[in-house]
Design a protein around this ligand. Structure first.
Ligand code: URA
Length: 244
């Protein structure tokens, strides 16, 4: 089988993208760089892409954390030609060899922690309403919020698609509120804050289940460690009980 086809079958990339990887000299067969996508392989060779072994079963799935800047959209491509989170991954060579999809969405104006993965099952579990993991947002708002308004938000507010689930709400100061939600309706934080008379000025996601945004700089990407991926899998499966 041709090398590019073999890489496509192994789930590394589409056949065309695999041809590019090969032409760029990023594919090694038995330790030697091969730049000819038509090179025949039998499947018994040791094949590496960007130093990562493939061929002995599917590639290990990867999860990346991205600090999404404002103005970047969360989908894989955009019909209006706007920058996407997948574009942010272009600089990371290992990520280029994968077909990555965002885990859920952040609004174009929202910044903060977004995950991307080629593990469809994990992405599905993390976004499925039944398993929805808690996500924490920090909003700066218009007007000064009173503590009783924060308590009202925590109990649940009526939106046009129904009452919100109980949430954890912490007023850090009168114009900064931290919310932890277990549901992910469209523009939910913005709509909740609007409903109580405090439209959002800025919104940032700082936590996704067990993962913190931490010090990851805006626009930067990092691959999660195996321990972090396991913690995410546990959170998606509800291991350790539900946390808020
Ligand atoms: N809630 C919002 O309103 N926007 C987001 O991007 C995420 C949660």
């Amino acid at each position: 089988m041709r090398l590019a086809k073999h890489l496509a079958h192994a789930g590394v990339a589409s056949r065309r993208a695999a041809e590019v990887l090969i032409a760029e000299g990023r594919v090694l067969v038995d330790g030697a760089v091969v730049t000819d996508p038509a090179r025949d392989v039998t499947g018994t060779e040791r094949i590496q892409v960007d130093g990562e072994r493939i061929g002995s079963g599917p590639m290990v799935r990867a999860v990346y954390a991205v600090h999404k800047p404002a103005g970047v959209i969360s989908s894989v491509s955009d019909t209006h030609g706007r920058a996407t989170v997948v574009d942010l991954m272009r600089g990371t060579s290992a990520a280029q060899a994968r077909r990555l999809y965002p885990v859920g969405r952040l609004d174009v104006d929202t910044t903060g922690l977004l995950l991307l993965t080629d593990d469809g099952d994990l992405a599905h579990q993390l976004t499925h309403p039944k398993f929805e993991v808690p996500k924490t947002y920090i909003a700066t708002i218009r007007g000064r919020m009173r503590p009783e308004t924060a308590r009202r938000l925590a109990r649940g507010v009526m939106l046009d698609d129904g009452l919100t689930l109980p949430a954890e709400v912490r007023l850090k100061d009168p114009v900064t509120v931290e919310l932890t939600l277990r549901e992910g309706r469209k523009r939910q934080v913005r709509r909740m804050l609007e409903a109580v008379g405090h439209p959002v000025r800025n919104l940032r996601r700082v936590r996704f289940g067990p993962l913190e945004l931490g010090t990851l700089a805006e626009g930067r990407v990092r691959r999660l460690t195996p321990a972090e991926v396991q913690a995410l899998r546990d959170a998606a499966a509800g291991v350790g009980g539900r946390r808020t």
